[in-house]
Design a protein around this ligand. Sequence first.
Ligand SMILES: Cc1cc2nc3c(=O)[nH]c(=O)nc-3n(C[C@H](O)[C@H](O)[C@H](O)COP(=O)(O)O)c2cc1C
Length: 164
Amino acid sequence: MKTILIAYATKTGTTEETAREIASTLEERGFQVEVKPMAQVASLDGWDGVVIGAPVNGMDWLPEAASFVASRKSGLAGTRVAVFFVSYLYFGGRTMWRKAIEKKLAMAAATAGASASVVLGGRLPGPLPGFARILFGKPKDAPLDARDHGVTREWAASLAALFA
Ligand SMILES: Cc1cc2nc3c(=O)[nH]c(=O)nc-3n(C[C@H](O)[C@H](O)[C@H](O)COP(=O)(O)O)c2cc1C
């Protein structure tokens, strides 16, 4: 059985939930999957694939994730890698922020040597303050939860081909 590690970082729990959704889709397709906070990942040896996920804070993924990828480059080079960002403002905000996040995702994916990468929806615990809505171009009535579970599962299913 092929084994997949999903290493995540999170501040408020969304990325862990998304990691578990990705895991269950891969498990349905016959993979053995372990979901772990990246701080607890001892070794990258022996996995058939590694998925790395973290939220976007300050228009980049968490520094913890950037450090993880930078310090594990040789381990990542020995396996197939996929990267996901979890972002609230990517969806329905200004194009300039969307482009900024895409640029950071491309950089993260290149550093990790990832063959697949995606931005998935995040959520907020409460409404954005007015100034932030204007800055980021989010309408007042935008839902606080930008996750799309169908998109998450579709992306996870596409990884099955990558890791097969
Ligand atoms: C302090 C803070 C900063 C954030 N900055 C951004 C940001 O720059 N861009 C963005 O798209 N979302 C931003 N968000 C929204 C998060 O991406 C979203 O809440 C996500 O679901 C958080 O994932 P987590 O629960 O795994 O920490 C921010 C959230 C917080 C709490």
